[in-house]
Design a protein. Structure first.
Length: 504
């Protein structure tokens, strides 16, 4: 029987493993290893023996079976009591005290052969017997494990933390595999694999702790969002940036979106980014103070110089010119982020926690089903363009929402109200307050968009008082006929989309 401790090392990620093994040997730890790990250790002059020499059984099936053997798992699972140790002695099995395993890289390279079986079994066995075993799945823990061994102290708290980490590691690994192969949208059981990117200063409010995690369904973690300068992003920054950039990405023409508290306070499409920013700002320059600005085109120096005239928390765009970055660099605290325009990843559902569970939903990736004119008056071509623009903005505005648009720029936004008529009143007040602003569009039709149907005709009646000439809404109310009749009375055109966009 052996004397001293024994470690089993079988790692896919070889980072730091040689130095770690040398540290173990300096503490008189015997090392067993497998395959590629064994070769690297022996090449480095470390006295490591093969698993085969312990089990008396060769690796088979091209390496699919290496460590799945009683002489390995019994050595790990045996509790250090008289009964178990006596049983091991009769069978000629030595205990294994340290299990160092990380798994085949399925996340980086999904394939059947990269589904680890033996490694997962080793980690779970060692974690189950954590009171007697040090289970190590993260190279970042190598140094603290060596220090623990040096102290020769049975630190249960330390071992328990390693155990919990091992179970999190295997649970995450299994979630990556199950989500990759799953074809069910809402299966009976869902596993969500989340990998921590970083801690945040605080959550939605300073008294709340927070962190950001990467969803395992994304194949290239965090590669599509990069911060180029500025202070650390906050919890609220991330939410607002996501909302602003998603809306900006909906448009084909150069566009700008200014968001405050997850609502667009100004949105515009134009012939160029500079004009789009100016037109978005005019909608609500007061609310734009301290907001998030998103662009769907590269930002040039001229636009950057205009943006920094108003205090802004964050700017996000697919690219920046050297001149633009030079302008932004003068504002050290300004957060500047780059992200490429891409279609929403429909594999990743919307997930929201409630007190008694979690709600899971498809992403809202459509704008409308089919435009249907339901009034006697037909919208003009220019009005139709404005209506589609307005309804797109409504999709990304908290319900109840009313959006007022001229051309392809918002001139009034009413968001997050308990009644739709109140949302219209707020949008109207916003518009009235900027009539005299230099960039306010004096020509063109004023159109209105609603994220959901009208339960009454009141919105139509009130909208005529501010000059609305055309309305777009989903339709579907039992009182649709009342709204249509009101439009016909006032000479307003109205279009149904057949699709609503509640946003809570």
């Amino acid at each position: 029987m052996k004397k001293g401790k024994t470690a089993l090392i079988s790692v896919s990620d070889k980072t730091g493993v040689v130095e770690f093994a040398k540290g173990l040997q300096r503490q008189n730890v015997r090392i067993i290893s497998t395959g590629g790990s064994l070769k690297i250790l022996q090449k480095a002059g470390i006295k490591a023996v093969s698993v085969e020499s312990i089990t008396g059984f060769p690796e088979v099936l091209g390496g699919r079976v290496k460590t799945l053997h009683p002489k390995i798992h019994a050595g790990i699972l045996a509790m250090r009591n008289k009964k178990h140790l006596g049983e091991l002695k009769k069978l000629g099995i030595d205990t294994i005290d340290i299990v160092v395993v990380n798994l085949y890289p399925f996340e980086e390279s999904p394939s059947i052969e990269n589904i680890d079986i033996g490694g997962v079994a080793l980690l779970r066995a060692a974690a189950k017997n954590f009171k007697d075993i040090l289970v190590v799945c993260d190279p970042n823990d190598y140094s603290c494990v060596i220090e623990n061994i040096k102290k020769s102290k049975n630190d249960i708290s330390f071992k328990k933390n390693l155990m919990a980490k091992a179970f999190r590691h295997t649970a995450y690994y299994d979630s990556v595999i199950s989500n990759y192969f799953s074809e069910e949208k809402f299966p009976e059981k869902i596993t969500v694999g989340l990998k921590k990117i970083s801690s945040l200063r605080y959550g939605e409010n300073p008294h709340q702790q927070s962190a950001i995690y990467q969803n395992s369904k994304l194949q290239t973690p965090n590669s599509n969002l990069k911060q180029l300068q500025g202070k650390e992003l906050s919890y609220n920054n991330y939410i607002d940036l996501d909302s602003a950039f998603n809306l900006a990405s909906e448009f084909k023409n150069p566009s700008c979106v200014i968001v405050k508290h997850c609502n667009p306070c100004g949105t515009a499409s134009a012939k160029d980014i500079f004009t789009a920013y100016g037109n978005a700002l005019v909608c609500d320059p007061v609310s734009a103070f301290g907001g998030i600005v998103a662009f769907n085109r590269a930002v040039d120096g001229k636009t950057a110089a205009e943006v920094i005239k108003t205090f802004t928390e964050c700017i996000i765009a697919p690219f920046y010119s050297k001149d633009a970055l030079k302008v932004f660099a003068a504002k050290r605290n300004l957060r500047v982020l780059v992200k490429s325009i891409s279609r929403p990843d429909i594999r990743i559902p919307e997930v929201r926690s409630i007190s008694d569970g979690v709600l899971v939903s498809d992403k809202d990736i459509k704008i409308y089903e089919k435009l249907k004119v339901v009034t006697e008056k037909k919208p003009t071509k220019q009005e139709l363009e404005s209506l589609e623009f307005a309804f797109t903005v409504a999709k990304w505005t908290k319900s109840n929402a009313i959006i007022l648009v001229k051309g392809t720029q918002t001139v009034g936004v009413g968001a997050g109200q308990m009644s739709r008529i109140d949302a219209l009143k707020i949008a109207s007040i916003k518009m009235q307050s900027i009539f005299k602003f230099p960039n306010f569009p004096t020509s063109g039709s004023l159109v209105l968009a609603s994220d959901a149907f009208f339960p009454f005709r009141d919105v139509v009646d009130e909208s005529t008082k501010i000059g609305v000439t055309s309305i777009i809404q989903p339709g579907g109310s039992t009182r649709d006929a009342d709204s249509i009749s009101a439009c016909n009375e006032h000479g307003i055109s109205m279009v149904f989309t057949g699709l609503r966009h509640f946003r809570h």
